[in-house]
Design a protein around this ligand. Structure first.
Ligand code: SAH
Ligand code: AVI
Length: 347
């Protein structure tokens, strides 16, 4: 085991635990929920899908026959693993935004022996810690430095990677859960995190046949519905609310004009719910907009990345052209921050 790998076992715990134990997190969740449900139309930020139950439900989604993105991206990454390994600077730290179960990262880590550290960044703190423990057992020579943080806000990388070259990984088309202007702001923010000369590998879902898209978000086993409804169950668990989850229904459809899948939770009936003493009224059929999942073309995402200061080097797709993996590099200095710190919204 390398010195950096050994050091990471204690450092990572400090990093993740310090972030996890911030007492204001529940208060911030309550404030966002009340603000979102008091808005017209009602909305909730998608980052709150991911408590432990939500992360586990997402993993089940990735295995559904209808949910093509994970299989397509794994196919692309497996085929291009050697190309990716060649793009990684020797001794680099690989920073992943929204690492989840790190399934796709394993493809990269198995092929790229020259990496010094892996920094998975995820908001789902408990799930992150569990995944990092498993990865430490699988890759004992690699420093595992998990950071439990909201990646859309400024966060600190572990001190032990400050001097290392960095590469970025953002698979899963999680970038599609941002509004396009937020995706652009995120790419600028990632440029500052990764630094000049960095390579950034970004998975982006593509526009395709509407039926294929709609089925992917309306699976027969209703796992996506459970993932969406878990948001209300989480409000009950963490904020002591008593929402009758069975009175809400999962809706997902492709909005062609905006090139996005929209997910909503629709109230079956007129009702009043109470959260932290605040009363929220629903009309029968009124919805909470919980997620957008934007679908790009290879060209439209390339243009977005270029506009955010990245140079597109390559774009790889699967044979059906359902999904794309973009290789971006940062030739110039990272762009200066713009005054838009919180990117995680729907609308
Ligand atoms: N990269 C994995 C997981 C994608 S699911 C894959 O491709 O399969 C999206 C992941 O991003 C989840 O693990 C979720 O917890 C995380 N996530 C979502 N919003 C986040 C935010 N604002 N900050 C940090 N992590 C976030
Ligand atoms: C994480 N993200 C890219 C997923 C998506 O497809 O937008 C989340 C998801 N929502 C419903 N199914 C999966």
């Amino acid at each position: 085991m390398t010195a950096l790998a050994r050091q990471s076992q204690t450092a990572s715990q400090t990093v993740s635990e310090a972030k996890i134990e911030v007492s204001g997190e529940t208060a911030a969740f309550a404030a966002d929920v009340i603000a979102g449900l008091s808005a017209m139309p009602k909305r909730l930020p998608p980052k709150y899908f991911y408590d432990r139950a939500g992360s586990e439900l997402f993993e089940r989604i990735t295995e559904l026959p209808e949910y093509y993105p994970t299989r397509c991206e794994i196919g692309i990454l497996t085929e291009r693993a050697q190309d990716i390994a060649r793009l990684m600077p020797v001794g680099a730290a690989l920073v992943e935004f929204g690492s989840g179960a790190s399934t796709k990262t394993r493809i990269v880590l198995h092929e790229t022996k020259s990496l010094a550290a892996y920094v998975p960044v995820d908001i789902s703190a408990e799930f992150l810690r569990q995944q990092a423990d498993a990865l430490r057992r699988e890759f004992p020579d690699l420093a595992m430095l998990p950071v439990a943080a909201d990646f859309s806000k400024p966060f600190e990388l572990p001190a032990s990677v400050h001097e290392l070259p960095r590469a970025g990984f953002f698979p899963g088309s999680t970038i599609g859960n941002f509004e396009p202007h937020e995706a652009s702001a995120f790419l600028r923010h990632a440029a500052r995190v990764l630094g000049r000369g960095a390579t950034f590998i970004v998975g982006v879902d593509l526009v395709k046949d509407t039926q294929v898209l709609q089925h992917a978000y309306n699976d027969k086993q209703r796992v996506t519905a459970a993932f969406n409804l878990n948001l209300l169950a989480r409000i009950n668990r963490e904020l002591g609310a008593k929402i009758d989850v069975a009175t809400f229904e999962h809706h997902a459809f492709f909005n062609r004009e905006r090139s996005r899948i929209e997910m909503h939770l629709a109230s079956h009936k007129r009702q009043r719910i109470k959260i932290c003493g605040e009363c929220i009224d629903f009309r029968a059929g009124e919805t909470i907009h919980t997620e957008n999942s934007y679908k790009y073309t290879a060209e439209s995402f390339g243009a977005l990345a270029r506009g955010a200061g990245w140079m597109p080097m390559a774009v790889w797709t699967d044979p059906k052209k359902y999904f794309s993996v973009h290789v971006l590099t940062l030739k110039d200095e990272p762009p200066a921050p713009r005054p838009r710190p919180d990117l995680a919204t729907v609308g």
